[in-house]
Design a protein around this ligand. Structure first.
Ligand SMILES: [Mg+2]
Length: 181
């Protein structure tokens, strides 16, 4: 099974980006029906408010971990999997440092296992766990695992090569079950 490299997205899989928008009344869970707020059919004024909020330095420091994520990553590491966080920061320098600081605060044991890139499709691995079907669709290397954390998104159908999970317990079970590509 190749080298058992597991790439894990950060926002929406490990840290709860959307919850911070809900907590600050910028969006409601029901209206967040797309993968990113940029795709929502809301006014330009509201998008600007959201943009200003998420692009503040320190935004990531406020984010909570997704339930079960940190424990789940520890479980995967125990299974002799090579686990890497693979995230695509915005083109603002502080977004890159904010994300790294978040990792150092919540999961310092991953400090050597971080890949930041603007093009995830260039990153090789055996598995990719991401909450973005768009990103997974562009990734050509291995097994694609969709972390369906945003319940407002309804997928009428999924590509055959995408396995859907809704929690970290399911991710751990997937790998405990000895799933192979
Ligand atoms: Mg994401």
């Amino acid at each position: 099974m190749k080298e058992n490299i597991v790439l894990v997205d950060l926002d929406g899989v490990i840290c709860d980006y959307n919850k911070e928008l809900f907590k600050n009344n910028l969006l409601s869970p029901e209206e967040f029906y797309a993968e990113t707020w940029k795709e929502l059919n809301i006014s330009a004024k509201r998008k600007k408010e959201i943009r200003n909020f998420v692009l503040q330095k320190g935004f990531w420091s406020k984010l909570d971990p997704i339930p079960g994520a940190i424990k789940g990553i520890k479980e995967l590491k125990k299974m002799a999997l090579q686990v890497y966080i693979c995230s695509k920061p915005s083109v603002y320098s502080w977004c890159w440092s904010d994300k790294y600081e978040w990792i150092m605060k919540h999961m310092p044991f991953m400090k050597e296992n971080v890949i930041f890139t603007r093009n995830k499709s260039l990153v090789y691995g055996s598995y990719f766990i991401d909450d973005s079907l768009k990103e997974l669709s562009k990734w050509p290397h291995g097994r694609k695992i969709l972390f369906h954390s945003n319940k407002a998104i309804q997928y009428s159908s999924l590509p055959n090569d995408v396995f859907r999970v809704t929690s970290w317990d399911e991710i751990v079970s997937f790998f405990q079950g000895g799933e192979t590509i």
